[in-house]
Write a protein that binds this ligand. Structure first.
Ligand code: OGA
Ligand code: NI
Length: 173
């Protein structure tokens, strides 16, 4: 677990940097955001190990109720038994996320939605159970320390506009 955590934490730092660059920030701006907010340095991680026992009538069972993850982003490692579903619009429907061997699914969470002023949307998702097979998944959740305020990055707010969200701490949110 400790070894896994070490590698995942490094992967999270790398992904955070890629996310910020995808917002259109330059290397210098990414550096400035880090110097000011110290997001990568202070990000904290929680790991959930989920076991979904098989169920003869999956439609009548709850795997994991529909939700958004509240933190910055989550890495989900699924066993080969699929079950993770995302909600898509137009038309409204649940879409299964294929279990790709060796691949992580990355969920954007609500506080990252706030941090990026809504440029990256948090994803509404759920997990369903399987009729024949037990399912295992691992969630690695990244977020800010509990007492840090999270506010939209200046760089993510269009010039002349006010931020779409106020600053909140994770517990307050
Ligand atoms: C979660 C989650 C999905 C899964 O733990 O927040 O969404 O596939 N897990 O278990
Ligand atoms: Ni989730």
């Amino acid at each position: 677990m400790e070894e896994f955590h070490k590698h995942m934490r490094a992967l999270a730092d790398k992904l955070l940097e890629l996310f910020l660059m995808a917002l259109g920030l330059t290397d210098e701006q990414v550096g400035a955001v880090e110097a000011e907010r110290r997001i990568a340095e202070t990000m904290t991680a929680t790991m959930h190990l989920n076991w979904y026992p098989r169920c003869p009538d999956p439609r009548r069972a709850l795997g994991l109720i529909a939700h958004t993850d509240s933190g910055f982003f989550t890495f989900v490692l699924q066993s080969l038994v699929p079950g993770l579903q995302l909600f898509r619009h137009a038309p409204d429907r649940w879409v299964g996320v294929p279990a790709v061997p060796g691949a992580f699914v990355v969920n954007v969470g609500d506080l990252f939605h706030i941090l990026t002023n809504g440029r990256f949307h948090s994803v509404y998702h759920r997990a369903v159970v399987n009729r024949d097979l037990d399912r295992i998944s691992l969630g690695y959740f990244l977020g800010p320390p509990p007492h840090d305020k999270v506010a939209p990055l200046r760089e993510a707010v269009p010039p002349g506009r006010t931020p779409a969200y106020r600053a909140v701490t994770w517990p307050e949110y």
